[in-house]
Design a protein around this ligand. Structure first.
Ligand SMILES: NC(=O)c1ccc[n+]([C@@H]2O[C@H](COP(=O)([O-])OP(=O)(O)OC[C@H]3O[C@@H](n4cnc5c(N)ncnc54)[C@H](O)[C@@H]3O)[C@@H](O)[C@H]2O)c1
Ligand SMILES: O=C(O)C(=O)C[C@@H](O)[C@H](O)[C@H](O)COP(=O)(O)O
Ligand SMILES: [Zn+2]
Length: 367
């Protein structure tokens, strides 16, 4: 078992990573002082429920906890205000009170949604993250919780930190290949922003990761969570540094919104966005290998590295203007300077970004 800590003063919490941890869930709840008098609400999705919910329910029941489960349809469209309303209804029906705890069992969609239910129900109750995707090594850590608006991704949300993160590597064995690759995009991102040697490791071990080799996965998630925890500890509310975790997301979030949140997985959109950011980096003076390496490693992970032909550049540029990093008329962009390092720049022209998006599309057309 590996353990990391997110250092946030009195809101600090551990991330436990290991095999079979769901079966011991009740003991972690107890260890973290979660009481048994108020009911818990487990929020999960329709793909995760048949595979991993029974073990969690059994563990909690055996430990003397009362838990009610709510299952939302799998997919990004569940990250909506309407679903938030439905879940608040379920919480009320289940008798959740201010001492109740919400448990997010699933990927980033469930984590963001359940976290936002916890942040808003009765003005905020505790929650626990039990991630079941590779991508969720990113979403379960750091306290960003949100739902989407049709016009903009994650635009209705809060910062609300979990009590702890319980990462059972065993749950990842049931992930479909597409979601394995999607999750690897954020793993590679953590290397690209902070750790060149880890990017190299990802490239060397991409095949093992895609084959769900348990040792490789455990190491990758430990390294990815480590970068995330370190950045969040230094800047919880994204007043500055934390924006580096948004590498690839300015373009990526716009692609997700333009595609109606149902065509590209988050990691796929971010992969294309990171290739775009790497191109921008080279334009801003970074060595050419920033682009070639970024593209090569992401492709090795089974990710898209160019923009599908049918995407409309005008629509993408319009969606980008809703990015949270666009304010006071300025677009803040995360630009790579070398593999393993990025800078936060507010002097990148919108025209340059547009040219990069057009180039990404051209690459797909030339294939
Ligand atoms: N809060 C943050 O800091 C943060 C960080 C990164 C991403 N995100 C958000 O996370 C979301 C993407 O997360 P995701 O890729 O995990 O998406 P997801 O939750 O939709 O999971 C991807 C797919 O895998 C299925 N699934 C999950 N666990 C499974 C398992 N163990 N076995 C089989 N199938 C399983 C899901 O049902 C879904 O179909 C996006 O909404 C993104 O915006 C948030
Ligand atoms: O935790 C962060 O900060 C991140 O930027 C992590 C991203 O991978 C994640 O997709 C996040 O939800 C994006 O944040 P947003 O503020 O741009 O919605
Ligand atoms: Zn992301």
């Amino acid at each position: 078992m590996r353990e990391l800590n997110v250092d946030l003063g009195e809101r600090s919490y551990p991330i436990y990573i290991g095999e079979g941890l769901i079966n011991e869930a009740a003991s972690y709840f107890q260890k973290h002082g979660i009481g048994k008098k108020s009911p818990l609400l487990i929020i999960t999705d329709s793909n995760v429920a048949p595979r991993h919910l029974p073990q969690l329910e059994e563990s909690l029941r055996n430990g003397g906890y009362r838990a009610v489960s709510a299952v939302v349809p799998a997919g990004e469209s569940s990250k909506s205000l309407a679903m938030l309303g439905d879940l608040v209804g379920e919480a009320l029906d289940a008798g959740l009170d201010r001492k109740s705890v919400i448990v997010a069992l699933g990927g980033g969609v469930v984590g963001d949604l359940a976290g936002f239910v916890a942040a808003s129900y009765m003005r905020g109750i505790k929650f626990v993250q039990i991630p079941t995707t590779i991508l969720a090594h990113d979403s379960s850590v750091g306290g960003k919780v949100a739902v989407n608006h049709p016009k903009a991704k994650n635009i209705i949300g809060a910062f609300h930190q979990p009590e702890f993160v319980l990462y059972d590597l065993g749950t990842l064995q049931t992930l479909p290949p597409r979601d394995v690759s999607s999750g690897l995009a954020e793993v590679v991102k953590h290397g690209l922003i902070r750790d060149a040697a880890f990017v190299d490791w990802c490239e060397q071990n991409a095949d093992k990761l895609r084959a769900l080799d348990a040792d490789s996965l455990g190491y990758a998630l430990y390294k990815g969570c480590g970068v995330k925890a370190s950045v969040v500890s230094q800047d919880e509310k994204e007043l500055g540094l934390r924006a580096i975790l948004n590498l690839g997301h300015t373009i990526g979030h716009a692609l997700e919104a333009v595609a109606g949140y149902n065509e590209l997985q988050h990691g796929e959109a971010i992969s294309i966005g990171m290739v775009g950011a790497a191109r921008l980096g080279v334009r801003c003076g970074a060595p050419q290998d920033v682009y070639t390496t970024t593209k090569r490693v992401l492709a090795k992970c089974g990710l898209p590295v160019s923009l599908p032909k049918h995407y409309d550049v005008d629509a993408i540029m319009a969606a980008m203007m809703h990015d949270k990093k666009f304010s006071e008329g300025t677009m803040v962009f995360i630009v790579p300077t070398a593999i393993g390092s990025v800078e936060i720049r507010s002097d990148v022209s919108v025209e340059w970004v547009r040219e990069i998006v057009e180039e990404l599309k051209l690459e797909a057309e030339q294939k």
